[in-house]
Write a protein that binds this ligand. Structure first.
Ligand code: HEM
Length: 468
């Protein structure tokens, strides 16, 4: 009786207090780790460990990050509500918005009508029909890299894949070679994003407001990046082609005005950074998993020998590489390169019946939802075979979402999927990697992407593809 009265009093006070404090004062919220300050230090210390620990509280978890209420939804139906059905009630979350320190107002972080217009401009070169033209370039770069990898040589698999996917994105979307400045841009993006991710300040700055200044190293890398990309844009302006950058340069708004240089730069930097590390990670994890699963590897090379008969893959043979595709899908299920995505509530609302105050942060973790035994039996097993017999069609929407979903679904999803299959086929046909460490012993890091903390050293073992 007393407790009920107390609850009513809390509820009444909560109704009058600022929205962000409402869950704490009313006490009406899903379970989750308590201690707003310890949550900050745990999450900044290792977001991966913090999210893994949260899973034990149930399908909806709530915690305070300092003064900010945060929710993690693991249920596909809740994820669908936010990313698809009621997407206009949300914007990107604070930690994604932090990326605008590097990506400016590029596609990944822009919002509203401005985002819609930019997406329309950037979409055509990445549509299914258009990316078909890139298949031969993807295979050519992969063939060149594989030919350079001598038998018994020792390499960092992750570095090899980063170099390869960078060359591919730079050539296909910007019609540039790495020598034309691509390498400098990557170095500068790498340093800027590294600084952004590594410095706990940037993270705190994003969640707790802009009161914490950025580091000097970060500012220097950002200036270097801006200078190099601006020079690249100027060069392309003199010599327009049919690539993504040329299209953005040629685009005109309703008043006939071209895009400003700052915006062009933001879109270019966004494509560079979003367009290569993610695919490189999918390939890196695929090769480590293949090394640890000889049965899967044997099925993969059997398909490659059977379909390709010693020839490189092409757009025509691509649809027959079904097991190769399943290896890519299964790798991204267990090791999603974008392991979690987030949104911020624009107004008070409900998600899966849970009241959410305006300004709350909502997270969806591919890494956990895609390992849920309700959707994937034996979820921890690497089993590409599960993708046959129409699994993708049978799954509830958002049980598998490595590319996100709804209007903000990855604009490069068809590109990345085709690239990963073609590169995997070209390389695995000719070689395999023998990593020095087991995947479970490779320390992983998760802020924007799920990636190995250090190099993934491996020995190259060449093979002779069977010819018919
Ligand atoms: C395996 C590879 C990739 C994965 C796993 C991946 C994942 C994702 C995810 C999950 C999102 C949605 C983020 C959100 O909703 O908050 C996203 C957005 C985006 N991705 Fe990818 N991506 C990949 C490859 C690429 C490639 C190759 C490109 C460019 C060619 C690209 C460019 C972008 C851009 C520009 C956005 C923002 C789209 C928008 O908001 O309109 N991604 N990606």
């Amino acid at each position: 009786m007393l407790r009920a009265r107390l609850q009513r009093v809390r509820q009444r006070i909560a109704e009058r207090c600022p929205p962000l404090l409402r869950p704490a004062i009313s006490g009406q919220h899903p379970p989750g780790p308590r201690g707003p300050l310890s949550n900050i230090s745990r999450m900044v210390g290792s977001e991966l460990d913090f999210f893994a620990d949260c899973r034990r509280y149930g399908d909806v978890v709530m915690f305070y990050f300092g003064p900010v209420p945060c929710y993690i939804f693991y249920q596909p139906s809740a994820i669908e509500e936010v990313l698809l059905t009621r997407a206009d009630g949300f914007i990107k979350d604070a930690s994604t918005r932090m990326l605008s320190e590097v990506l400016g107002n590029g596609l990944l972080v822009s919002e509203g009508n401005f985002w819609r217009r930019q997406r329309k401009l950037a979409a055509p070169p990445l549509r299914r029909g258009q990316i078909a033209n890139y298949a031969s370039q993807m295979v050519a770069f992969a063939s060149k890299i594989q030919a350079d990898l001598g038998d018994s040589s020792r390499v960092d698999i992750h570095a090899v894949m980063m170099q390869l996917t960078l060359e591919i994105v730079v050539k296909t979307l910007f019609d540039l070679d790495l020598g034309d400045g691509g390498e400098e841009i990557t170095e500068a993006i790498g340093t800027a994003i590294e600084q952004l991710q590594a410095s706990n300040r940037a993270y705190l700055r994003s969640m707790l407001g802009g009161v914490i200044p950025m580091t000097r190293e970060f500012m220097q890398a950002r200036d270097r990046l801006r200078g190099t990309v601006d020079a690249m844009i100027e060069r392309r302006r003199q010599n327009l082609g049919d690539d993504l950058l040329s299209r953005l340069l040629a685009a005109r708004d309703e008043d006939g005005k071209p895009m400003e240089i700052g915006q062009l730069r933001d879109e270019a930097v966004t494509m560079f950074s979003a367009g290569h590390e993610t695919t490189a990670l999918a390939l890196t994890f695929a090769f480590i998993l293949l090394a640890e699963h000889p049965g899967v590897y044997a099925q993969l090379v059997a398909e490659l020998d059977n379909v390709l008969a010693g020839e490189p893959p092409t757009l025509e043979t691509l649809p027959q590489l079904r097991y190769t595709e399943a290896v890519v899908l299964e790798t991204m299920r267990l090791y999603p390169p974008a392991w979690a995505i987030g949104r911020e509530a624009l107004r008070d609302c409900e998600v899966a019946g849970v009241p959410i105050p305006k300004g709350a942060q909502l997270y969806f973790a591919q890494l956990h939802t895609q390992r849920d035994p309700r959707w994937f039996p034996h979820p921890e097993t690497f089993d590409p075979g599960r993708w046959f017999d129409g699994l993708e069609q049978q799954l509830p929407r958002f049980a598998y979402f490595p590319f996100g979903g709804g209007a903000r679904i990855c604009i490069g999803n068809h590109f990345a999927r085709m690239e990963a299959i073609l590169v995997l086929a070209t390389l695995a046909q000719n070689l395999r990697f023998e990593p020095e460490a087991k995947l479970r012993d490779i320390p992983l890091q998760g802020r924007v992407t799920l990636r190995p903390r250090g190099p993934v050293m491996a020995t190259v073992r060449r093979r002779l593809p069977a010819s018919m």
